[in-house]
Design a binder for this molecule. Structure first.
Ligand SMILES: [Zn+2]
Length: 248
């Protein structure tokens, strides 16, 4: 088929261009969203498959809100364990490549909207987690730390030994992003000579507004579907991020 052949050639050309940009850049910042983790088998919790809508009474945006956490704590944890904690997930080619670039001194930071900790598992060290992490959990009463395994295996509402409820350190709807993480993310993006945006439709604000701070040379968007930013970028590849970075 002519169309498929043409598409194949376009992708090859895109990869070649991307490779050239990466080689010329030494302060890469990666800004990633849910699409980075889907290739590791972690679905976007907002996606509502058939099974999902049968099982839960409330829409995901409502469940993952501060109000819901306070008022329906047990239902929150049922959803959270089921749809947001994937402790067996492994890093994919995107995570691996970014960790490698950091080790080689070519990447400044990974700014992520994901909470799964897969970048760190792949070896990345400077990871700015805008929405927190499932791997950090704190007692709301005494502040004692608990790991993800404890939350996953505790039945119902996870409690601290002091009796307090343990809350995951993830940013729920209606909650503020961490001011320090925001500052560091903006600083990294301002310093970058290349910004790769991957696996996000850039629909989630205020995080998506951060990329306006970029003053560097190459802005690349790699996402399965078109994003609102595609018009402004130097290169835009409509493919899964792991598939693309894995080819570099
Ligand atoms: Zn406690």
């Amino acid at each position: 088929m002519v169309w498929t052949e043409k598409e194949g050639m376009d992708v090859e050309e895109d990869i070649r261009q991307l490779k050239g940009m990466v080689e010329k850049s030494h302060r890469i910042v990666f800004f990633g969203g849910a699409g980075v983790s889907t290739e590791s088998g972690i679905p976007d919790f907002r996606s509502s498959g058939g099974l999902y809508s049968q099982k839960y009474k409330y829409p995901p945006e409502q469940v993952v809100s501060h109000t819901f956490f306070i008022s329906h704590t047990e239902e929150f944890f049922e959803f959270y364990r089921d749809r947001m904690m994937f402790l067996d997930a492994r890093p994919n080619a995107a995570h691996e490549k970014l960790a490698k670039w950091e080790k080689e001194g070519e990447l400044l930071a990974v700014v992520t909207q994901n909470i799964d900790g897969l970048h760190q598992l792949a070896g990345s060290r400077h990871v700015l987690e805008l929405h927190g992490s499932i791997h950090r959990n704190y007692c709301m009463q005494c502040g004692k730390f608990y790991d993800a395994g404890y939350i996953k295996n505790a039945g119902g509402i996870p409690h601290c030994e002091c009796g307090g409820i343990i809350k995951p350190d993830v940013v729920l709807y209606e909650e503020q992003l961490d001011a320090q993480v925001i500052r560091e993310s903006i600083r990294a993006i301002e310093k970058a000579d290349m910004l790769i945006i991957g696996g996000t439709s850039l629909a989630v604000y205020p995080a998506a507004g951060f990329i306006d701070y970029f003053k560097g040379k190459y802005m690349v968007v790699i996402n399965k579907s078109a994003t609102v930013r595609d018009v402004h970028c130097d290169l835009c590849i409509q493919k899964p991020i792991g598939e693309v970075l894995g080819q570099l």
